[in-house]
Design a protein around this ligand. Sequence first.
Ligand code: FAD
Length: 508
Amino acid sequence: MLDQSVLHDVLVVGGGINGCGIARDAAGRGFSVLLAEMNDLASGTSSLSTKLIHGGLRYLEHYEFRLVREALMEREVLWSNAPHIIRPLRFVLPHHKGLRPAWFLRLGLFLYDHLGGRKLLPATKTLDMRRDAAGKFLKPLFTKAFEYSDCWVDDARLVVLNARDAAERGATIRTRAEVIAMHRADGLWHVEIHDHLHKATMQARARLVVNAAGPWVDKVASRISGTDGVHNVRLVQGSHIVVPKLFDHGRCYIFQNADGRIVFALPYERDYTLIGTTDRDFEGDPALAGITEAEKAYLCSAASEYFIRPVLPADIVRTYSGVRPLYDDGASKAQEATRDYVLKQEGGAGAALINVFGGKITTYRKLAEAVLEEIEGVLGRRGGPWTARAALPGGDFPVDGFEAEVRGLIGDFPFLEDAHARRLVRLYGTGAGQLLAGAQRKEDLGRCFGSDLFETEVRYLIAREWAITADDVLWRRTKCGLKFSAAERDALAAFLAASNGREVVAAE
Ligand code: FAD
């Protein structure tokens, strides 16, 4: 339970990428921080993205140069700090004769290559699709393509690693802890937090509150102000489909669609292809967002326009839908609303509130720095920016050191199969050895719940990463859910319920 007598400098509402990034930065500067997340870390939009650390080529068409430049510069900063969960990815953009002209694409990519900070990622090149391996999966009419660089990230793990680092630097992280009310008194925030696990309400006090509730930001702002109808963000649903793998190389396709939008087809979890996304205005509870039949048909038809083998709704093995909390700049179309972030501060020296609107996974660290500048403006300067050159947990190895880490892990634990070692290094980086510490034989890893998920790993996730339910483990800490049967999942859920000494929360 929470120590209710503590006065926190900063209370962060929301354990998505923005909330966890802010908590980490603040804790690292020496502020005392409490983060309250009503469900699991990354259970909101931050585990439901396309998983790209990218400048956003398409945003150039909307003249969002500031955002694109900042995002482009972040790619190599984040990759260097977390080379286990972030890796470079080459994108193949086929030229479609009826759509944007080739010179226009080349110009956009020239800007993309030169706008910001590319030192390690390779530059754009032109592909002859009649010869290139990427061409053999597409219809023969696509003879030319451009190939450029961005990065891929395990979005949910990026959130959890920020939370872990925040905690290691002194922050208190509470999950299943919903902020239900707050008011100002004596220059402080008095906050009521409902603990869904223990079914109890706790009180907390803080000098400053950051509302980083993503798609719920207006709802939290309404709770704070006590007025209904606060409207700052436009909610836009984006859905993805997962199908058995459509191509055998490691590059990602970016397809232009006749409606002006683009759709990605990414290699996903070795055996699958991830296709997304859509854009549709959303109303209601973001937790209930789900793909529609029209979105499935849209994504299948967008991909089938390019792939030789048509993608059919019957091929879909999994879908997920997230809700973007876009700052409402009055743009008429969902796809045109700004992807940039906006901060709004209310109240000065006594009980200030900072609302966070919009943002991307890619720019979370810069967003956190901008929030910290405001926090230091109110609470006084502490450390200044520090996260640009600070590895996230497990990320303290060189960007080209992944294979060496895998070899090192197999050297230390020779009973590990190659695929298992790779999965562990991808998730835990240099922390994988600590997770396996003491194991001499496979049997020492304990019970196998399915695929290559063993008890040792599950216990580590409970102890170190706030895992409570089967979904926390199977979809957000790992992606083992793709390989689990319903019976295996139920067995894991029962184990977790017993280990946590709690009932599996109803929300699952
Ligand atoms: P969230 O992740 O939603 O976190 C907010 C958290 O607040 C939630 O966990 C919620 O449970 C919690 N919360 C709400 N109310 C309360 C309360 N009262 N008390 C306690 N906790 C509360 N960005 C990229 O950079 N690259 C991409 O490829 C990309 N693709 C995307 C694809 C899609 C389909 C979508 C929807 C978005 C994509 N984005 C991408 C954008 C990115 O995912 C979001 O901007 C980002 O995840 C938002 O993070 P957040 O922390 O603000 O919100």
